[in-house]
Every structure is written in structure tokens, then in C-alpha cells.
Design a protein around this ligand. Structure first.
Ligand SMILES: [Zn+2]
Ligand SMILES: [Zn+2]
Length: 425
């Protein structure tokens, strides 16, 4: 016999049990209802992909350069795979592979992975909700997608979430701007932070997003893409802003908004929760990625999407006092001291009638069963002793207030439980 061992969740990961998991359930259910009502269909894709799928789309980002959770499998020769660091690349890879009819509007709720030193609010596995919509460059689709995320936060009950948007230009106007920014940074390289002093040329846009005081000061008067848009990009951006106003989506323009991944074009946006600390206030964001399908071997296909971190949204809910774990659980709890057959049959009848119900096990004492009933969070206890069983009745007792215990004929139980459960609210 081997020594007993104990296991815990791998470093940087966590388990979520009820009732905390109710927050996840609620967010996913709210999200699914909202996006399905707008014509988005669920997409399931593998949790791992050929590492090239992710490298293609974000080679200059930290998550792809330094933090990818990659490994070699047992193939001969071994395949170099990576756990999905974000949602978009997998969905677009699936789109390119299957070529569904356009527009392709998809949503997902799935884990994402990164291999990094765990710290508060950042884990090796976290969970994301998102949508991707491919097949049209229509700016009104940008409005739809941004509006869905805004409506989601509203539906969840968050009140202090702000939307920031900008335009990152396209292949026509971005190269000239990028060259202009690079020249601007080159002239000030010695004033940039340690990381960017030598590495600003990899992705000059990232320097604008750097929170280090040196970079913030050195780029205070940097040129912005939004001031250098070509005519079609300017039109697109204006139509998006007009659409958001028409849809009552409050937003501010932030010309320094930079998305971490290289394939973003034109519209980009981020939602920040005021209740969270400034450094970690993003609860969701996304943008247009008109070059991505092509980068993954597909035909040129415009697209736009967003990702939204479930854990971040839950933190924002906690900070705003939005309780997503309330409710749920069972309504009725059957306490049966006659041997268990009554509990077996009554829980089934209650559940068949649409009343969530649970029971105690192992023929324990009345006292122990009643304690279990209280712990279950049920609104009423349904009590059957040998006396009640002999007379063909059951007793129902409210558990959340000191109401009277009521006795009723067994065939009227469902009706009474419904009524008493409503009174308990
Ligand atoms: Zn910097
Ligand atoms: Zn342009």
C-alpha cells in the first residue's frame, strides 16, 4: 500500500463551489440570454490549439511572448500545443476551418490560460465570456457588439462601468502613423521606462498604454492614431459614435486606448469598473480585427468581438455590493422519520411539480434532519412522522420566520408548499 497523499488544485488555479459558483451561473445565463436574443450562437472549441494559432495573432504581446501555457504532446513527432490564452483566435480558427454562412455570429463561455506568477486577480486559469462576429465591416455591427456588452453589465446590476472607445485605423492609415510615432519615440527614447527604452520599436503603440510615470510623461504630447485616420476610417468611427449615442450607450473617447493584440483595426473599446483599483479596472473589451481571418489562412473577412473576464466582473459586483449568489437552492426540505419512503416519494413529487426539493439521508433523528433542513436554505420543511403517515397528512413549517406549522392532506401538499414558499419571501 502506498502512503496516503493529499492533492490540491494546481498552483494558480482554484475551485469554485456553491454558493459562490452561483455567481458564475448567473453571469453565464444572463449573458447567454442576451446574446442569443441578438442572433449569436454558442461555439465550443478546443481548450488547446497548435501554438501557431496564438503566435500568429499576438506575437508581440506579453501573454503570447512570455506567458503562454504551452506543451508538447505524445505525438510522433510531438505537436507543440498551447492552452488558449484568450478566446478570439480559437473562434476565428474554427471559422476559417468550417466557413459557416456569413455573417457568423458566435458566443462562448470558456476558460483561458496563462502561465505566470499568480498574483491577486490573475490566475493561470480564468474564465471568459465573449462574442465574435465575422463577415461584415458595417460600423453598425460595432455598435451592436459594444451595446451588447454594455447591456450585459446593466443586466448584471453593475452601475459604475464606463466604456472607452477609440479607432486604431487600418492598413491604409496605420503604417504612416506608426512610423510617425516611432520617430517620436526614438527622439525621446532616453526618457522612456526601462522596458520600453530599447523595445519601443516592437510595438510603439504599447508605449502609449504603459502606466510607468516615465513613459506617461515622455508621451504626453505624442500623436494619436485617431487624429491621423484616413477618410473611410474617420467615417466608420463617426458612424460608430453616432450609433452608440442613438442606443444610449454612454462612452468617452480615449485616444490612448491600445488593445494588447496586434490584429485589432479601427474600433477598439474597453469597459472599466470604477469600483475596482485603477490598475486592474478592466472588466471587458474588444474591437475590430479585420486582418485576423487572413492571418489564420482564411479569406479576407472583417470581424469584431469582445472578451469579458468572469472573475473581474465578479470582483466588480462585490465592490458595488451586487449579490449574485442570493437565492437559488431548494424551496422545500422533506423531514421523514418513518423510514425514508415518504421522503423518497415526496421529493420526487415536489420536483415533478417544479418545486426544488431535497431531503435528509440515512434515517437520522428528527432533530438531525431538521437541522439539515435549516442548513439547506429551504423556505419550508415538509414533515412526516408515523402519526402523520397513519392519518394520510403531512405538516409544513416555514423555516425563515416563526410562522405556524400547518397540517394538510397529502394530495394538497404541492398547493400548500407553493403558497407558503411565496409567503416566505
Ligand atoms: Zn513604458
Ligand atoms: Zn484608415
Amino acid at each position: 500500500m502506498s502512503e496516503p497523499v493529499t492533492f490540491s488544485a494546481p498552483k494558480g488555479t482554484f475551485d469554485v463551489l456553491a454558493p459562490a459558483s452561483r455567481g458564475y451561473e448567473r453571469l453565464i445565463a444572463t449573458f447567454a440570454a442576451l446574446v442569443e436574443a441578438a442572433g449569436y450562437g454558442l461555439v465550443l472549441s478546443p481548450m488547446f490549439e497548435d501554438i501557431g494559432v496564438f503566435q500568429r495573432v499576438g506575437e508581440s504581446t506579453d501573454v503570447v511572448r512570455k506567458e503562454m501555457y504551452d506543451f508538447h504532446d505524445k505525438g510522433d513527432p510531438p505537436r507543440h500545443l498551447a492552452l488558449r490564452p484568450e478566446g478570439t483566435a480559437s473562434v476565428v480558427r474554427a471559422f476559417v476551418e468550417h466557413r459557416p454562412p456569413l455573417p457568423f455570429k458566435a458566443w462562448y463561455a470558456a476558460p483561458s490560460f496563462r502561465y505566470e506568477a499568480p498574483q491577486a486577480g490573475r490566475y493561470r486559469q480564468h474564465h471568459q465570456l465573449g462574442v465574435e462576429a465575422l463577415g461584415t465591416g458595417d460600423p453598425d455591427l460595432d455598435v451592436e457588439v459594444i451595446g451588447l456588452l454594455a447591456r450585459f453589465f446593466q443586466a448584471v446590476g453593475l452601475r459604475q462601468v464606463e466604456c472607452r472607445i477609440t479607432s486604431l485605423g487600418d492598413a491604409t492609415c496605420r503604417p504612416a502613423y506608426r512610423a510617425e510615432l516611432e520617430a517620436f519615440l526614438a527622439a525621446r527614447a532616453d526618457r522612456l521606462c526601462d522596458e520600453h527604452r530599447t523595445r519601443y520599436a516592437d510595438n510603439p503603440l504599447r508605449v502609449l498604454d504603459c502606466k510607468k510615470p516615465a513613459c506617461v510623461a515622455a508621451t504626453a504630447d505624442a500623436p494619436h492614431q485617431v487624429e491621423r485616420l484616413c477618410e473611410p476610417c474617420r467615417h466608420h468611427y463617426q458612424r460608430v459614435k453616432d450609433g452608440l449615442v442613438a442606443g444610449s450607450v454612454t462612452f468617452t473617447e480615449d485616444p490612448r486606448l491600445v488593445r494588447g493584440l496586434d490584429y485589432y483595426t479601427r474600433t477598439t473599446f474597453e469597459f472599466a469598473a470604477a469600483a475596482l483599483s485603477i490598475a486592474h479596472d478592466a472588466v471587458g473589451g474588444g474591437g475590430r480585427y479585420d486582418g485576423l481571418a487572413e492571418a489564420l489562412g482564411g479569406p479576407p473577412t472583417p470581424g469584431i468581438g469582445f472578451g469579458c473576464g468572469i472573475e473581474r466582473v465578479l470582483l466588480a459586483c462585490a465592490a458595488e455590493g451586487v449579490d449574485l449568489t442570493a437565492g437559488g437552492g431548494v424551496v422545500a426540505f422533506v423531514v421523514d422519520t418513518t423510514g425514508g419512503e415518504q421522503a423518497r416519494d415526496l421529493t420526487r413529487e415536489l420536483r415533478d411539480a417544479g418545486i426544488p426539493a431535497d431531503r435528509a439521508w440515512d434515517q437520522r433523528s428528527f432533530k438531525a434532519q431538521f437541522k439539515a433542513a435549516n442548513r439547506s436554505g429551504a423556505r419550508v420543511a415538509v414533515i412526516v412522522g408515523s402519526d402523520e403517515a397513519a392519518r394520510g397528512v403531512v405538516a409544513v413549517k416555514p423555516l425563515r420566520h416563526d410562522g405556524e406549522q400547518v397540517e394538510v392532506a397529502r394530495d394538497q401538499l404541492i398547493e400548500l408548499v407553493r403558497k407558503m414558499a411565496d409567503d416566505a419571501d
